[in-house]
Design a protein around this ligand. Sequence first.
Ligand SMILES: O=C(O)CCC(=O)C(=O)O
Ligand SMILES: [Fe+2]
Length: 326
Amino acid sequence: MAYPLSSDPAQACYLPLIDLTGLLSSDSQQRNAVAGQIGQACREWGFFYIYNHGIDARLQAAVFEQTRQLFDLPDEAKRALDKATSPANRGYEALRGQCLEPGAPADLKEGFYLGRDLPADDPRVQAGRFNHGPNQWPASLPGFRPAMERYHAAMTDLTERLMAGLALSLELPETYFAGFCHQAMATLRLLHYPPQPAMAAPGEKGCGAHTDFGGLTLLLQDENPGLQVWNHHAQDWVDAPPLPGTYVVNLGDMIARWTNDRYRSTLHRVVNLSGHERYSVPFFFGGNPDHLVSCIPTCLEPGEAPRYPSVTVEAHYREMYRRTYA
Ligand SMILES: O=C(O)CCC(=O)C(=O)O
Ligand SMILES: [Fe+2]
């Protein structure tokens, strides 16, 4: 088998597991204590689990229920929502629609993108700003839109708290990333992975090895494992299995740029060896499109040069979409 899952049970909790209770508290000492754990996880892994995050389990269940129903729709209904017809990158993408790992076969996943719903007469939509516009809603699923909109709003709040924790962990004011968070692009991505085929082509898998493009990603997984994270210590993949009640949080490339790689944007991939259909829902927090991402001065030693030029969020995203949807 090309991608054996680890048989080491200790790996189930290989990645740091952080209780978020203190970060959501009004006591700054408690927030600082959690920020310390976040900082360590960001330096060592760029990946960690969170629990006690405050997102309602019933809302999560509703999101999964609607996700399954969406992907169960006939092909024709899904293709009517094709994201290629949306200037704002919203809607359906078919199996093998993206190739996240250069040189590997296209990804064995189908997906659906949605974000904040902006009307066609919003100035940002009229100006053709990246990722700004109306969603495409499946007309035959009346429960879809309300569940997704509630979930998107709740995840935006939670991620803003995490960004404040991230600032604290870098010994910056909690509001340091407020400009980045203001009217942020935030994308909910619904994913469906069929079981890994027995006769897969070499390198073919659910989702090719990649780093995430944006700020923070919060991943909701169903009960089927498949996510693997690159362990730079051991130079090998470790499993990031679903743990009930948690999110897997990982840092995207913008945070590596901000911190001159002190905080890691770590490679990960999906190989669905579970034998079941796997559904997952990553929430990508991309930030304000006009925000300039430049190396944070306190992340440089005297004489150290920034490894990345400054870039706006929008320019960075356009380039990453161009590369992976060639
Ligand atoms: O489905 C997963 O577990 C991970 C998906 C992912 O890494 C992505 O969409 O960027
Ligand atoms: Fe990812």
